[in-house]
Design a protein around this ligand. Structure first.
Ligand code: G
Ligand code: G
Ligand code: MN
Length: 536
């Protein structure tokens, strides 16, 4: 996807995330902005306005001085540019200098500056130079990032000097392991970066590197009369196979390192081609979540929950849908994890509750409770305070109209905090249900002490409950246990009458699933309720 950007152009780039995608600009002189291309959602780089040059004084009042100041200060890593019609941005954007490129001042000027010590950032520049050179000459290579798993443990217990000595030792061991074919040095305080030729490990570089790493860590690190046995992880990316530019290689290796850290000790992960695109895609979605909330693009759908004994609807579950301006309707699985990762989930919960209140004002009060899904983050003191405060506002939903569905995992992290918060929620008249019961870290002790009303039995146990004896026994046991704690149960994902009949015989209280209805917009949900009432 770098194809339509020449290396020279790329070397001048500044990127910014905007509503249209990730835009590349450059500032070839301190007098003009050039608009180059935009990485659109389909991952393609497209020229934008044919490299339109915009003189700085046309960018807008106030902007010109801001940009000149930024340039004069040597272009810090990021720079917030206010919304600017000439550049096609309707909101402030953050410009980001691509690491390793100093287009404005020129390298000569930089080299004249103070030389940084190797362990204090100097190596990063050497690394970038080495990578840039290899990319320019088209020479295959592997970029790797290595971290010690218990680095923080050593640093906190023995101090920075010892931790740095460990990194320094590891560096020397790896130079030996690689037989000298390696440039290696500090990248972050706990990460070493290396560049090595790709020739001898082309097909499975991760296996070769894993072996070198295991050898290097085979002996303990002896520092200040202490002996440390340590393990490490590495993330790698290959040029030209995995990525075509310095910036992409660095990002790819970081992504791979992050995955490796969440894997087993000594794991080495190589970046897959799709990961960079995915990372870019989720960043764009995260940015879009903000504007989506402002533009009311999130809509609450409702799916009925019926009483298994009578077949009557007794509640509804609110399931969020996103009318994305480009991608169409998105389901929560696509964006809830992203909203969680970017700290946007409580904003989204508040937005959903407000949309729901608005829908209900428009269409009238529902005949029964509606349950709203909360994320683990919503169940922390700060977030729950925001949610409860919002519910005190004029026009908010009455708390006794709601149930909150939370997962076992959300409770398990800090059970005591969760218990206090749930008790407060419940005292206001809102009910509490455990969602996806049986799929998280189930703690039976929490069932006894948490203020709860019902459990929702996960779809994977419900599906086939009429055909598989072990599922039937499992669901029976969950229902019996719930009853013992005074809780009722709702089965999720009921698709056939045979399943519903089995559940009824077992003693499950309620059911939800396509057998009754799919999630629907509020007006259709009310119409569905009316139709049933009329035909009854
Ligand atoms: O409809 P379905 O694809 O709608 O929902 C998938 C998952 O997304 C479910 O597990 C549900 O709990 C979750 N989910 C749906 N809506 C919301 C919401 O508003 N907030 C949170 N946190 N999760 C939701
Ligand atoms: O929050 P929770 O995981 O309970 O969300 C319910 C999820 O299950 C939503 O994604 C909803 O669209 C989906 N769903 C609801 N009923 C059925 C069903 O009968 N079958 C299947 N496969 N999915 C269902
Ligand atoms: Mn749910």
């Amino acid at each position: 996807m770098d194809d339509c950007i020449t290396p020279a152009l790329r070397a001048l780039s500044i990127e910014a995330v905007t509503k249209r995608g990730i835009v590349l600009w450059s500032l070839p002189s301190s007098d003009a902005f050039v608009f180059h291309s935009v990485f659109t959602r389909d991952g393609q780089a497209r020229p934008l306005d044919a490299d339109r040059t915009i003189p700085l004084d046309e960018v807008g009042p106030g902007h010109e001085q801001a940009i000149r100041d930024w340039v004069a200060a040597g272009c810090h890593d990021t720079f917030a540019l206010p919304a600017c019609p000439a550049l096609g941005t309707t909101r402030p954007v953050y410009l980001r200098r691509l690491p390793g490129h100093w287009p404005i001042r020129g390298t000569a000027e930089l080299d004249a500056g103070p030389r940084l010590d190797f362990w204090e950032g100097g190596f990063r520049r050497l690394l970038i130079d080495r990578l840039t050179e290899a990319v320019r000459s088209g020479k295959p290579m592997t970029l790797g990032l290595v971290t010690i798993r218990s680095f923080a443990f050593v640093r906190d217990g023995a101090g920075h000097a010892v931790a740095q000595a460990v990194m320094s030792d590891l560096r020397e061991r790896l130079i030996v392991e690689f037989g000298g074919d390696i440039d290696i040095g500090p990248f972050h305080s706990d990460v070493l970066a290396f560049v090595t030729g790709a020739a001898d490990c082309e097909s499975h570089p991760e296996e070769t590197i894993r072996q070198h790493l295991a050898n290097a860590l085979g002996a303990p690190f002896e520092i200040d009369c202490m002996s440390y046995r340590l393990s490490a992880n590495a993330g790698i990316a290959q040029f030209p196979e995995d990525c075509a530019s310095v910036e992409d290689l660095l990002r790819a290796a970081e992504i791979a390192l992050d995955r490796a850290k969440h894997s087993v000790p000594d794991a080495v992960v190589r970046c897959r081609r799709t990961w960079l695109e995915e990372a870019k895609g989720s960043l764009l979605l995260a940015v879009d979540i903000y504007s989506g909330m402002a533009e009311n693009d999130f809509e609450p759908f409702i799916q009925p929950i019926v009483d298994l004994a009578t077949g009557e609807p007794v509640a509804g579950e609110v399931l969020i849908r996103w009318h994305h301006p480009v991608e169409g309707v998105l389901l929560p699985d696509r964006f809830i994890p992203i909203a969680e990762r970017h700290g946007l989930i409580t904003d989204l919960t508040l937005n959903l509750l407000r949309q729901l209140a608005r829908g209900i004002r428009e269409h009238g009060l529902p005949p029964h409770r509606l349950s709203v899904n909360l994320s683990a983050t919503d169940l922390t003191p700060g977030s729950m305070r925001r949610i409860l405060n919002d519910m005190d506002n004029e026009g908010a939903l009455p708390p006794e109209l709601l149930t909150f569905e939370i997962t076992e995992t959300a409770i398990a992290t800090e059970p005591e905090v969760a218990r206090t918060l749930l008790a407060e929620v419940r005292a206001r008249g809102t009910k509490i249900a455990i969602d996806d019961f049986g799929m998280g870290y189930s703690s039976f002790s929490s069932l006894a002490v948490m203020p709860l009303d019902y459990l929702k039995i996960d779809r994977c146990f419900v599906d086939g409950v009429d055909r598989y004896d072990e599922r039937r026994r499992l669901v029976s046991a969950i229902c019996a246990m719930s009853a013992a704690f005074g809780l009722t149960t709702v089965a999720e994902g009921v698709e056939t009458t045979a399943v519903a009949e089995t559940l009824r015989a077992i003693g499950t209280t309620g059911a939800q699933g396509y057998l009754y209805a799919k999630p629907m917009p509020i007006d259709r949900y009310y119409a569905w309720l009316n139709d049933r009432r009329r035909s009854a």
